[in-house]
Design a binder for this molecule. Structure first.
Ligand SMILES: Cc1ncc(COP(=O)(O)O)c(C=O)c1O
Length: 406
């Protein structure tokens, strides 16, 4: 039945695109459900289950009757457990009033941007970058100022790059180390040098997205900018349960923010979601303060897969890729395949066509790099959050397919 109802969608909703990474994940799920033999390098989530002690804590909280509204930014106990974690792991000194727990790191970022950005404000972002930063900045009325990086520099921006990007309109700088989609990270000296550039700009807040902080490889050290005296009062540190604790479906993220910003975020959250789900809060405390062993088991598995991935992708003809240092991604440059024809007769004229042809002809799913901005259109993103055998199978299929390009 057709109706005459005019369902007008807002300009705001029309202006943004859906998340391309979640779209690929949904497509892979649907193809697998049809019984197709698909190797999915698309999903940005660990393939492990959430460790038992975390699940048990949530179940116990639920059974004990923790089923009612909780305070908007989280219970005092959960906020205090984050204060303890940040002091122990990150050398960040803060109080519980600076902590806001929200429905996933993504919503923490959204709330923070809504809390500090006014129309016309600029947000400096090294690119390629995670797909959601730009839409979230734009939803807040701000403009992204890209700091483009390339594979040759390990996708790392220099302190001078940041100095050049900052203008009187700059309100915030986003740093995501280790990086999605690049899989590279800044070493402590680089973080210090970047913060030396930011420190004199008192209007600028640093948004440090540390969601992959625990997943670093090769003995590398992660340094939180919020631990540096010059940036301590102007940094919002983002983290959450999703990646380190294999808990993407739980939707638990948190920030440590300057008190005024934490208050603003809490106020917005009170009118949007009220709080996170009550019984995740005792589980959050257990995760952060008692599950180092479980996290290390997963980190070691990812470290092994990072080495396997690096070795296999380096054999792909015509493809270059910086070695993974952290997170669970590689971001190879596949532009040498452009204007060639796939074994199935498709013309590869962009990363989207590469990904589409590869998926249709070999069953290997990857994310085209376009939505990651910067040099992204020349790249694809592969997540190595899948079993070693699947990595070998998928990389082998891709190598054979690349070898068959005309
Ligand atoms: C760089 C980065 N930041 C934040 C997030 C948000 O994660 P979540 O909302 O699951 O906590 C993600 C998830 O993919 C990410 O890759």
């Amino acid at each position: 039945m057709t109706t005459m109802i005019d369902h007008r969608v807002s300009k705001r909703a029309n202006a943004i695109s859906p998340s391309s990474t979640l779209a690929i994940t949904a497509r892979v799920r649907a193809m697998k459900a049809e019984g197709r033999d698909i190797i999915g390098f698309g999903a940005g989530e660990p393939d492990f289950n959430t460790p038992d002690p975390i699940c048990e804590a949530a179940i116990a909280a639920l059974r004990s009757g923790m089923t009612r509204y909780v305070p908007v930014p989280g219970t005092p106990e959960a906020r205090q457990s984050i204060v303890a974690k940040l002091a122990r792991d990150n050398n960040i000194t803060c109080t519980a009033e600076q902590i806001v727990i929200s429905n996933g790191g993504k919503f923490s970022l959204y709330l923070a941007l809504q809390s500090i950005i006014n129309p016309g404000d600029e947000v400096v972002l090294p690119t390629p970058a995670w797909v959601s930063y730009k839409p979230m900045v734009e939803l807040a009325g701000g403009t992204i100022v890209e700091v483009p990086t390339t594979a040759a520099s390990g996708f790392l921006a220099s302190p001078e790059d940041f100095a050049r990007a900052i203008t009187p309109r700059t309100r915030a700088v986003i740093l995501n180390s280790p990086s999605n989609p690049c899989g590279t990270m800044y070493d402590p000296e680089a973080i210090r040098a970047i913060c030396d550039v930011l420190a004199p700009h008192e209007r600028v807040t640093l948004l440090s997205d540390e969601i992959y902080e625990r997943l670093v490889y090769g003995g590398r050290e992660h340094l939180s900018p919020g631990s540096l005296p010059s940036m301590q009062e102007r940094t919002i540190t983002f983290n959450g349960l999703s990646k380190a604790f294999a808990a993407t479906g739980w939707r638990v993220g948190y920030v440590c923010a300057p008190p005024v910003i934490a208050k603003a975020m809490s106020k917005l959250q009170s009118q949007m979601t009220s709080s996170v789900t009550s019984f995740t809060l005792p589980a959050l405390a257990i995760a952060l303060n008692t599950c180092d062993g479980e996290v290390e088991v997963m980190r070691l598995a990812f470290e092994k897969r990072a080495a396997l991935m690096e070795q296999l992708v380096s054999q792909w003809p015509g493809v270059t890729c910086p070695p993974p240092m952290g997170a669970f991604y590689v971001f190879p440059d596949i532009s040498s395949t452009f204007n060639r024809t796939s074994p199935g007769g498709r013309v590869i004229d962009c990363a989207g066509a590469f990904a589409e042809s590869l998926l249709e002809e070999t069953g290997v799913a990857v994310v085209p790099g376009d939505d990651f901005l910067g040099c992204g259109p020349n790249h694809i993103r592969l997540s190595f959050a899948l079993a070693d055998a699947a990595i070998e199978d998928g990389c082998g299929r891709t190598a054979r397919w690349l070898g068959g390009l005309a």
